[in-house]
Design a protein around this ligand. Sequence first.
Ligand code: CA
Length: 329
Amino acid sequence: MRANPISPSVDFEQDGVQHGHLKLPYSRDDSAWGAVMIPITVVKNGAGSTALLSGGNHGDEYEGPVALFDLARTLDPARLTGRVIMVPAMNYPAFRAGRRTSPIDGGNMNRVFPGKPDGTVTEKIADYFQRSLLPLADLVLDIHSGGRTLDFVPFAASHVLPDKAQQAACAAARDAFAAPWSITLLEIDSVGMYDTAAEAAGKTFVSTELGGGGTARAETCAIAKRGVRNLLIHAGILQGEPDRRPSVMLEMPSADCFVSSEHSGLIEPCVDLGSEVREGDLLARIHDVERSGQPPVNYCAKRGGILAGRHFPGLAQSGDTIAVVAVPG
Ligand code: CA
């Protein structure tokens, strides 16, 4: 296979702190011999495990970039054993545009793995993670939140995996992150995900959904910053005492956790995030916005549990996920 065109300005084998870029040549109208410059920081101290930390896989999710730009600035190599690789904004063009997907090629980073070295900009970034960064890593954390069209209770997640020893290692790392909620997910649409690529490579992988709505809150930024440090301590890479907080265990074991809309219109939330719901409870109503006097369409819980995710903000299209119910795990 072709070599990836990205060149890193950091040396992954060098001890100490290095701030640099993944430089991806991108010739365009406003920069003939230009490049996409993706910030990367490597902090290393001797031999040991490697953690690969990313945010901005989707460009409109901010807890990951906040936590990782902060960590890149403050992580002290004297307190490390091993290596931490940080890419605060993985889909950098999307991040700069404040969009889920890349404004260059429309690429959704979490649907293009394993990527292509001679593909689109998004596919080239994915290929670099797939073939250059993932092989360096033992532990992989990808910090998500809901972006502009979803909002979640702040949770860390691990997946149901065929290899139960790997599943247990991922769950232990997720629990070490110590978000207020911890969820075991059966992924319903795993093709092309970075998660799937990292797990297929045998890595210990943790993801999160820490909030959403196309913004970040003080609470969710604090959860991300605390969780990253807890995870590095758990992995034996960072010295120190973890800041463990209580976490509620949940599962999303099947497709009936997800409620999607078959109508377009105005959403009226009937339950707030974190609330308990019973099977059949009204979750949301969708009002016709083209004429008044019409009855709304009711969307109800297909199973009991906790409302863990919801559509954001007020207008929905047919096919949107409007509610996610997780069950006590
Ligand atoms: Ca996301």
